[in-house]
Design a binder for this molecule. Structure first.
Ligand SMILES: NC(=O)c1ccc[n+]([C@@H]2O[C@H](COP(=O)([O-])OP(=O)(O)OC[C@H]3O[C@@H](n4cnc5c(N)ncnc54)[C@H](O)[C@@H]3O)[C@@H](O)[C@H]2O)c1
Length: 345
């Protein structure tokens, strides 16, 4: 796709992932508008691109605002959501369930505005949780989640991860309806456990880095540490999203994440190695929320339909993220606020 001058809207563009996407689209020459209510997004995330974008502040659940934001746009990346890491989504089910209103509002306005293509930021949380639990892994070995395993129309293929996961699955279904009924070109991008610069401490990798940064000892890990995720660097998430919007138009979902299972304890050990600091003791807090036992993506569809797969190694992405965190944060402040930072965005 030739992005030069393409009139693009990024909802939630002041967020962690949204702001990196905005930077990438501006670099490609797109004409970018950002709509965000700044509930968790920050203008400072847009410091690289703010001079080159149009910024609109407002709540996209408000239909009049959603109409204004989508007016005159050719392309929409819909990232706005009430969302955070496990510490946030498990303690804010009401906020997460309102995403169904938000998504419905944005899709309807985009369709009325005649937007040509919509990419929706969905999540690995749409996958049935029973496919990712410990028993399943013990029985059948490592699981790589395939797109057709989460589908509201397939018997047995819908058991999403909490209110947040169900809202994303319903968002995908609603978006696909606009394709079925009106032919709107669209795609749902299922992001897996993103990390990188500008992310907050409610997410595992940043939480683990923050605890090392303040020298927490005993060093606290939520759960046994044996749970694994396919931590995916934000630059890969952004490239996958752009490719998905360019290549898929029938409302299908595509995984945007790696196929690498990394245990939380191994992520922590890697952080100790890179930072050169390690605690005398690790405390595994079994009372904290941890989510599913194991999660990674099958890449068959992203390879076939996007001609793409993530390519930034965990080691490289982690080094960049640690450099950013250590150079932008104040130790005393993080130590003082850490308990709140782990659950509030
Ligand atoms: N970070 C991850 O690992 C991950 C994984 C899967 C999916 N996602 C999805 O990616 C998207 C971006 O997430 P993120 O991690 O960058 O950070 P985020 O959750 O902070 O991003 C959400 C953005 O939407 C804005 N927003 C929220 N409600 C709004 C509303 N009603 N009107 C207007 N703006 C609103 C927030 O201010 C914020 O900028 C979200 O849709 C999220 O669900 C993220």
């Amino acid at each position: 796709m030739n992005w030069s001058g393409t009139k693009t809207l990024v909802t939630g563009g002041a967020s962690f992932i949204g702001s990196h996407l905005v930077d990438a689209l501006v670099a490609r020459g797109a004409t970018v508008r950002v709509a965000d209510d700044l509930s968790s997004g920050k203008l400072e995330n847009l410091h690289k691109s703010i001079g080159d974008v149009e910024f609109m502040e407002g709540d996209l659940r408000d239909r009049a605002f959603a109409d204004k934001a989508t007016a005159g746009r050719e392309v929409v990346f819909h990232l706005a959501a009430s969302h955070g890491g496990r510490g946030y989504i498990d303690t804010h089910p009401v906020e997460c369930s309102t995403n169904m209103i938000l998504d419905g509002s944005v899709f309807h306005s985009a369709w009325r505005a005649g937007v040509e293509r919509v990419a929706f930021s969905s999540s690995a949380c749409v996958y049935p949780t029973n496919l990712q639990d410990e028993l399943q892994i013990e029985k059948g070995g490592m699981v790589y989640l395939r797109e057709d395993w989460a589908d509201p129309f397939k018997p047995g293929a819908a058991l999403a991860d909490g209110e947040y996961g169900w809202a994303k699955l319903m968002g995908e279904m609603a978006l696909r309806a606009y394709h079925k009924q009106y032919g709107m070109k669209c795609v749902s991008c299922r992001y897996f456990t993103a990390y990188g610069e500008r992310e907050n401490e409610t997410h595992a990798v940043i939480a683990l880095i923050a605890k090392a940064f303040v020298g927490m000892d005993p060093y606290e890990i939520w759960g046994t540490g044996e749970q694994d995720r396919n931590f995916t660097y934000v630059g890969d998430i952004v490239e996958g999203s752009i490719r998905a919007l360019e290549c898929i138009e029938d409302g299908s979902a595509v995984n945007v994440g790696t196929a690498e299972h990394i245990k939380v304890i191994d992520a922590a050990r890697k952080i100790f190695e890179i930072t050169g600091w390690e605690p005398d003791e690790i405390f595994f807090d079994l009372d904290k929320p941890v989510g599913v036992f194991s999660r990674a993506a099958d890449l068959t569809r992203s390879r076939d339909r996007l001609g793409w797969e993530p390519n930034i190694s965990f080691e490289d992405g982690l080094r960049r993220t640690i450099d950013w965190y250590y150079s932008t944060r104040n130790r005393e402040e993080v130590a003082r606020k850490l308990n709140i930072l782990l659950t509030e965005r």
